[in-house]
Structures are given as C-alpha cells and as structure tokens.
Design a protein around this ligand. Structure first.
Ligand code: CA
Length: 228
C-alpha cells in the first residue's frame, strides 16, 4: 500500500488532491494544520510521501518539513508553492524538500511527481546492492547510505539519487538535463533549477569548503561533474 499525506488547509484544494491521488491508486491521509500533519505522521509510520502546503494557519510548511526531516530522511516531501512566492525565497527555504509543485497545478502533474518519488523510494530496496568506494566516500546501495571518512552523511532521497548517479559516472560531465531525467524521471516537467537547489544542498553536506567545491564541480553552461 502506497500512502501519501496531504497537508493543505483549503478544503477544496485538499479534496481535489485526495480524489486524484486515490484515483491513481494511493491511500491518502489528510491534514489541515501543521500540528495535525505531524500527529498523523507520528501515528502512521507507513506514510512514505508528504505533500505540504506552505501557507497554513498554525505554522508554515517549511517548518513542518524541518520537523519531518529532523527524524526522517527517507520521507519523500513535495512542497506546494504559490506562483506569487518568489522562487529564490522558496528555493532558499527548501531546506529538506525533494520537490515542489506550483499552484495552480493539474492533477496529472502532481500525480506524476508523487509517482516519481515512489519510484525512487522503491529503488535499491531489493537485491544485493553494491558498495562504491571513491576517495573519502563509500556508498552502499543496499543500505542506502553514504559515508565520508567513515562518518555517515544524512541524505534525502533525491540527494542520495544524485550522489549515486555521480558515483556511477566519475569524471564525466553530466548536463543538468541528464541529472533531471535520471533522478526525477522522464515524465518530470518541473524546472531545471531544482537540480541546482539540490546540488547546493549536497555541497553543504559533502564538501570540505562549500565556497570551493572539489568533489562536485560546476561545468559552466552545462552541468556538473563528480570527481573524488
Ligand atoms: Ca494554504
């Protein structure tokens, strides 16, 4: 059973999301406030993806996201953002989310994003997995972990997927489009900027000096390259 939480205080939008996700085969849990969402997630540990609105009566969606991430790195998180919100502000605040969808959105768009997150969560959970060791980094695809110099680095699903792509392609320049397609899926129709947002976050986690990255380098006008 694939379970999704939708946090949205506007009943009309929430119902619209619920109906469409149910049609797509998901079990949907509803919440109208941040508090309620955190309670539902606490009670129902099998929720794997959370869709969070930002403007809420009790706290903002980013705060809910931070609360979730404090105890759960595996949860897929999608933020619902309004077109009026400046993207820079949104991306700056997107400290732990995997993706965002801009309102107004079509049911097909949101369902595609949720499908993409579930595909990623489903990856690497079966089979023997492999261990990739490069420089100070060791990735174990069975356990879904990344260590640097023996210390565990906590990654979100998306960050992990990007790292796996990098470590499978050492020294190769990957275009932002390649990264988007590989990590978010072919059906993804969001902006390329989501790649940069996640790379910025990854650098904070894995580089010694974020201002002078040596592991994930920028290939100007093209994309990024991994070298460890
Ligand atoms: Ca709202």
């Amino acid at each position: 059973m694939k379970k999704v939480l939708i946090l949205e205080d506007e009943v009309n939008i929430r119902s619209f999301v619920v109906i469409n996700l149910q049609r797509a085969g998901y079990t949907v849990v509803e919440a109208g406030t941040g508090r309620e969402a955190l309670d539902r997630l606490q009670e129902q540990r099998d929720i794997q993806v959370a869709i969070l609105d930002i403007m809420l009566p009790d706290m903002d969606g980013f705060e809910v996201c931070r609360h979730i991430r404090a105890g759960n790195k595996q949860m897929g998180i999608i933020m619902l953002t309004a077109r009026t919100q400046e993207m820079d502000k949104v991306t700056g605040l997107m400290t732990g989310a995997d993706d965002y969808v801009t309102k107004p959105f079509s049911p097909a768009e949101l369902t595609a994003r949720v499908d993409a997150l579930f595909r990623r969560i489903g990856q690497d959970t079966t089979g023997n997995g492999e261990v990739m060791s490069q420089g100070p980094f060791v990735m174990n695809t069975r356990n879904h972990t990344l260590d640097k110099n023996g210390a565990r680095i906590r990654l979100t699903q998306v960050e992990y997927s990007i790292m796996k792509l990098f470590m499978r392609n050492p020294g190769k320049a990957l275009s932002r489009e390649d990264i988007l397609t590989e990590v978010w899926g072919k059906e993804y129709d969001g902006e390329l900027k989501i790649v940069d947002v996640n790379i910025r976050r990854l650098r904070i986690k894995i580089e010694d000096d974020t201002a002078n990255p040596v592991y994930i380098t920028t290939v100007w006008g093209f994309g990024y390259k991994w070298g460890a």
